[in-house]
Design a protein around this ligand. Structure first.
Ligand code: TRP
Length: 334
């Protein structure tokens, strides 16, 4: 499926991820990127400034997200790894795309509509607090994608619409000039990854305060794992594994053999909650492996990461320049 394909991944710098982010989004993207013949991966800092106005906070988040991907095995020799704001051709291409972006398409964008809905709920005017960056967000995202002739864009469900918008814009431009100036991208959703439940059974999310952390010490991880909710059924009572929250989390991380072992122990009334919490803890620690040390190393030696990002931009820019040239050629007829 990946033969000859260009895969492009964008991430917003959103702060320290937890186990749910890692299993649900980061790990599959790294695996896919390492398998793809060509992989671009960038940090969407222009997108981030719509919401984050403090450069100190923004930089800290950018540092964290860059180090997370490196710590978990993204290979910057293979993957072209860069900051969006280091590629000036992207905003230039965005400007050209604007001329082919119907305003109605932006009105329908989820990111914008969700903000309007929130304003209405709060009894505020529709456009309260909405800047043009947020409103035109999908066009910049289209430029991110189309600049690098991407075939496949791995995304979460919430971003599918944005990839479709990139396709629509590219299709409109190609149709207008009667040739394939821009490649039509496809979204990719990793079907197998489950939504990882948090310690209270709801989706793992920082806003629910139910996360299992990744980059804290063993003690903090243990504390989170041991806080996973259980009930008062005795060990010997046979249990449907699906009715046990620890098992639900274990599903996202364990090998089939490990999972089988826990399931059998629960069904036979042989494994107690303390025991399976330890099994989960071991699996989490094994999964994180050396990533914590690597993460701290890169955070403390960020100049190394800066060098990687600079190299990534150097590799990315010739492709961006080529796309810009092709577009300018067509739209200005010169
Ligand atoms: N909008 C994406 C998100 O919120 C981040 C992003 C920006 C992106 N540009 C992209 C993702 C291009 C894929 C391709 O997660």
């Amino acid at each position: 499926m990946l033969e000859g394909k260009v895969v492009l991944t964008g991430v917003k710098p959103t702060g320290t991820p937890h186990l749910g982010n890692y299993l649900g989004a980061i790990k599959p993207v790294i695996n896919l990127g390492n398998k793809a013949p060509s992989h671009y991966m960038f940090i969407a800092d222009y997108h981030a400034i719509n919401a984050e106005k403090d450069p100190g906070v923004l930089n800290q988040k950018l540092k964290e997200i860059a180090c997370v991907y490196l710590a978990f095995g993204m290979n910057p020799e293979h993957t072209i790894f860069y900051r969006q704001s280091d590629i000036p051709e992207i905003p230039e291409i965005t400007t050209i795309l604007y001329a082919y972006t119907p305003k109605g398409l932006m009105n329908k964008s989820h990111a914008y509509k969700a903000f309007v809905d929130k304003n209405r709920e709060a009894g505020k005017p529709d456009d309260d607090g909405i800047n043009m960056g947020l409103y035109t967000y999908p066009t910049l995202m289209a430029a991110d994608i189309l600049t690098f002739n991407s075939d496949i864009v791995p995304v979460g469900k919430d971003q599918v619409q944005h990839v479709e918008i990139a396709r629509d814009i590219a299709g409109a431009i190609n149709a207008h000039y009667g040739k394939e100036l821009l490649k039509l991208p496809k979204f990719h959703i990793e079907e197998r990854v489950a939504i990882v439940p948090g310690t209270d059974g709801r989706k793992m999310s920082k806003s629910y305060g139910n996360v299992i952390p990744l980059f804290e010490d063993d003690k903090a991880i243990k504390k989170a794992v041991f806080s996973v909710q259980t009930d008062s059924r005795p060990i010997e009572e046979p249990k449907d594994p699906e009715s046990v929250m620890i098992y639900q989390i274990y599903k996202a991380i364990a090998t089939p053999a490990q999972l089988q072992e826990m399931a059998a122990g629960l069904k036979d009334g042989k494994l107690g909650y303390g025991h399976i919490k330890n099994m989960l803890l071991d699996a989490v620690i094994a999964e994180i492996g050396e990533a914590r040390e690597k993460y701290n190393y890169y955070m403390n030696n960020f100049h190394l990461v800066e060098e990687m990002l600079a190299k990534g931009a150097e590799r990315a820019r010739p492709v961006a320049k080529e796309t810009l040239k092709r577009l300018k050629n067509a739209v200005f007829g010169r």
